[in-house]
Structure formats: structure tokens, C-alpha cells
Design a binder for this molecule. Sequence first.
Ligand SMILES: *Cc1c(COP(=O)(O)O)cnc(C)c1O
Length: 358
Amino acid sequence: MGPGPSDVSPRVLNALGRSTIGHLDPAFVMLMDETKALLQYAFQTKNSLTLPVSAPGSAGMEACFVNLIEPGDKVIICINGVFGKRMVENVIRCGGEPITIDSPWGQQTSADKLELALKSHQKVKAVAMVHAETSTGVRNDVEQLCAIAKNYDCLTIVDAVTSLGGIEVNVDKWQIDAIYSGSQKCLSCIPGISPVSFSEHAVEIIKQRQHPVQSWFLDMNLIMGYWGEGSRSYHHTAPVNSLYALHEALLILKQEGLQNAWNRHKQLHQKLVAGLAEMGLSMLVEPDARLPQLNTVRVPEGIDEARVRKVLLEEFQLEIGAGLGELSGKVWRIGLMGHGCSQRNVDYCLAALKSVLK
Ligand SMILES: *Cc1c(COP(=O)(O)O)cnc(C)c1O
């Protein structure tokens, strides 16, 4: 029950153990087509360039930046936690010029701040933001921020690593041009795969680049030859078994239904928060901005937070997360992600925490 990886369901673990077949085997190509359709469902998009990058969420992040950002490009980055800061690093390494909007950790990025930044800078190419800030437990209002960015003709780049499968993500309706997620948070798959999706507009921009993408491995112009429509050619050996697992995890999500999955996360989050409140524990984030899948709980005065986590792990086999960066020592992060988001886990976590704190 930490910030990820989350519990992987037995169905997914079983899928992982199927025989390995060739990455161009017709049966595997069928599985690729199905996986793409399932990802389009999860992301709520018709984007044809929707695929799993063969590497963790950080590679999905990098794929979005290296393909869209060229030397000299200005990019506005909304920062209110660890993952926004990483986007800045990506832009710098692409030779781009980052313009940052900083908001306090634990609060949302405000629409006014973005509007002001867009008014005061000319020729901004893209606006980047994190939907679910796993370091703080804040949900940023991606729909609203993307609508503002679009008023200024900017591309929109969104980190949905922790949001996908846990709260609403609607790529087409929210006008997102490039989005990346991760397999090991609310999709409850094994770590190491990063679903991405690019809009038609983003694809045009990638095809018309002045400079070749500086990463050969993540160059979408080349990856399209393997994951695109029509004949498929070798680019790299796909992580065949990991993709069996992702396919199964996405199938589980589709069978439950997106809306049901979001409702489950929300309801169990409310039960967890109510139970914590009974123990006198409070949350870092205001109710409207809270992520159901990542609960940041304030450490009470006089409690050694690291010792609490150590006892939970050793005596209750329960992992919860520590605070990151400036929240280090001040909060715990309790994950309710995907398969791990269950009534049983909420009850167990509350009982264990109560016992340890006593
Ligand atoms: C976990 C996470 C990442 C990084 O994913 P990895 O699979 O660890 O590379 C990026 N962004 C957010 C918001 C995350 O929670």
C-alpha cells in the first residue's frame, strides 16, 4: 500500500508465465492490436499512436519530451511536486527552454498562474503537467489547464502515471497531445512498461521535426514501424511476457469498467480517510484536490514516522510510503491502487496503523 508498485493480481502473474513466443509471431501481433485497443479504451482516445513503451514510466515521460521538443523550444512546466521537476530536466536535455510555474507542495496548480505565464511569454510550444502528483497526493485539474494551453495554441503534455485506471483520464475530451502512464500504479501490472498516446497533431509535429529525435530507442518515427498499422518490422525485441501481463491487466480494467474502477477507488479512499480521522489523523491535501489512490497523511507530533513504517513492514507485512523531498518526515503516503484498492486492505491498514501508533 505504498506509492507503487501496487499489488499485482494472480491473473496478471499467471499471464506472465505463458510461453514466450516471437515478437513478430502472428499470435503476438494480434495481442499487440488488442493491447492497443485496450489502451485506447483506458485513455479514452481514438489516437492511432497509442502503445506501450518497453520501459518504465520515466521512459514514457522521456518519449513525450524527446519526440516533441527540439532545441530552442519554450515549454511551460507546472510544478507542485517531484515529478514536475523531472519534466524540467527532460526539457533541458532536449535543448529546450523550460519556464516553470511553481505551486506549494500539497496544492493544485492554479489556472490563473498558467494564464499569466502564457500571457507573459511569446511562442511557447508546449505546456506540461502532472495529473496525479504521487509525491504529494494532489490531483491537478488537467482538463482546465489543457483548455487554457489550447487557447494559446500550445501542445499539451500530461503525466498520467498514477492517474490512469484510478481516476478519470480523458485524452480526447481534455485535448491532450501527449500522455504517458505506467504499468505498476493503478493498472496493477508488473513494473517496466509505459503506455503512451500521441494526438494526430502531435504526430504531424513529430514527422516534421527539424532535428532527428536525439534518442534512437524512443524515436516514435521508428517505433511506428513496429507498433503502427500495416506491415510490422523489427525495431527492438518487445518484452513479450511483460506485454502478456499488461494485456491481462487492461482486460481486467475493461471487464470492471472505467467508471466502476474510479468509483471503487473513490469509495475506499473515503473509508480510509474516515478511519484515519477516527484515529485523529489528518490529510495533507484539501478534499477537492485529493487523489483517492494516493493518500498523504500528516505524521502526528512526536511520532517517529520511519519507525512506524518499519514496524508495519516487519510485523504486519504492510508497506506504506514515506514523504518525498520537502515532505520527507512529515507525511506517510498510503496507496490504494488498482488491485490493492480493496475493503480488506483498507481495514487491514487501519487496524495495523492503530495498533502500531498505540
Ligand atoms: C511512478 C511515477 C513516475 C515514474 O515511473 P517509473 O515507472 O518509476 O519510471 C512518473 N510520474 C509519476 C507521477 C509517478 O508516480
